[in-house]
Ligand binder design. Sequence first.
Ligand code: FAD
Ligand code: N01
Length: 530
Amino acid sequence: MDSKRIFDAIVVGAGFGGLYTLHKLRSLGLEVRVFEAGDGVGGTWFWNRYPGARCDIESMEYSYQFDEALQQEWTWSEKYATQPEILRYINHVADRFDLRRDIQLETRVTSAHFDDEQKKWQVTTEDGASYIARHVVMATGCLSSANLPEIEGRESFGGATYHTGLWPKDGVDFQGKRVAVIGTGSSGIQSIPLIAQEADHLTVFQRTPNFSVPAHNRPLTETEVSERKSVYKEFRKAMRDTAFHANFRYNEANALDTPPELREQEYEARWAAGGLPFMASFADLMFDAQANATAARFVHGKIDDIVEDPNIADKLKPNGVVGCKRLCVDTNYYATFNRPNVSLVSIDEQPIDRIEPAGIVAGGELHAVDIIVFATGFDAMTGAMSRIDIRGTEGKSLSEAWSEGPKTYLGLCVSGFPNLFMITGPGSPSVLTNMLPSIEHHVEWIADCVRWMKQSGKHTVNATLAAQNAWVEHVNEIGDLSLYPRCNSWYLGANVPGKPRVFMPYLGFPAYAEKCEAVAKGGYEGFEAA
Ligand code: FAD
Ligand code: N01
């Protein structure tokens, strides 16, 4: 790249968020540089190359909609696209919009400091270079900071270890190997069935069982693709008025007001259709524990039907609330435990004592393995930003400002950090939605704000503390109406030891988009512009 050091905007991250931000800010005439730690674009889909990695929102919805020609010309092959196909799509977008010339790969941002006098940001990268920009956009991802558990002896292991979110490009050969997978979230549940097919023996270490529904993935037919494309714009617009920003066929009825036979029929139909729309079976599922228990009993019944050994079936049954942790979407997950080469270690009963050169010791028993796969998730929503030394006005550190949990205005900005924007930050709906439209919504809001600043001769926008406090209170109030805060999920930071427990996403599309629009129309209410 050229040696230019001064830009209008610096974007951190070249996933879906960073790429669209670059395109959009460029269209305003801004000079933009994107810094990306990886050696390719794609973010999530660049890093998560584990076997079975796919989207769990249907491909024709889990894609950009900002450009009609793009969505007409790209054809997805399957209902849920694989990681390689999604990565091909992202690369296509990077080429199609000539984005690469402003993306600096293999460049990790280590700090971003606001200069109170210049009213600009100084951004430093790992190689010690410094750059200046008026605006900084953190497109660093909600699920981009791998969480490797501190298990005693981890470094002493004699075989190979992998984290699903840092998977090697050349893949991993499991043939003839004894493999351990630690973790049974979405990444574990997607990869376990495929690793089991290849490995000599697979031992799954499960700390908390998770609810999973079948994907029923399949190729898309030409007819359904062309039918959707013929109304793509209208379809996308209709999705914007839904809670998850996706075609979940929401049922307005409550589970508890529905007679048991009809309730079962609804669950059966959703199970047969597959995927996350299971959560839209009834309107009260995430708001009433008794309603949710009807869904939990249904899934327990399915686990009993699929898993032959009743003892193993019981271990696989989650106790908690369906959807309280992100519902998993699988292909043959529960059936994998019928295979003779798969065993399940429930960490509840046999806690992991340590890792030794030969394998994992749990409950005093050594499980000798050649490979350990950590499907242990991410320091979600705040992890990537916390790893950067971010300092706002008067040198105030973001880590300190967030020491009791992240506080933001609209999940877009933080008070005291002028012109620093986040894509799908904590306090926005982000991970509780189809993230592609949520990303596009944020990018477009930020671009509108930057355009407004240019037009009105403003150099900085800074969220007021009062607006931020009111927003944080509102996010908590709404979260508390639901069952989400009731379980140990990464939504709350519960998966990372020592992380403050705060329900981080905002539950509330489409009201959220209306609020953001009202803020902008009201002359950026809740912001001080100077
Ligand atoms: P990311 O794609 O995470 O990109 C962030 C980028 O920032 C990364 O490339 C990272 O290297 C870079 N970065 C971070 N810190 C720095 C730094 N300091 N310096 C330089 N670069 C940095 N969402 C859905 O809605 N539907 C799905 O089906 C779905 N499936 C998923 C499957 C997996 C396996 C995972 C992990 C997540 C999935 N998600 C899904 C969520 C997914 O993260 C988002 O949909 C989306 O891809 C996020 O895009 P992004 O650009 O915001 O962040
Ligand atoms: O991570 P997770 P993930 N010892 O945090 C366990 C998206 N995604 O990578 O539940 C032992 O969900 C942990 O146990 P517990 C999606 O949004 C989507 O799977 O904390 N175990 C859990 O079982 C998803 O929600 C797809 O008790 C430990 C697992 O590791 C998000 O990314 C695919 C442990 C981590 O599960 C994260 O998913 C993949 C320890 N010390 C990801 N620490 C799709 O399907 C953690 N665990 C589209």
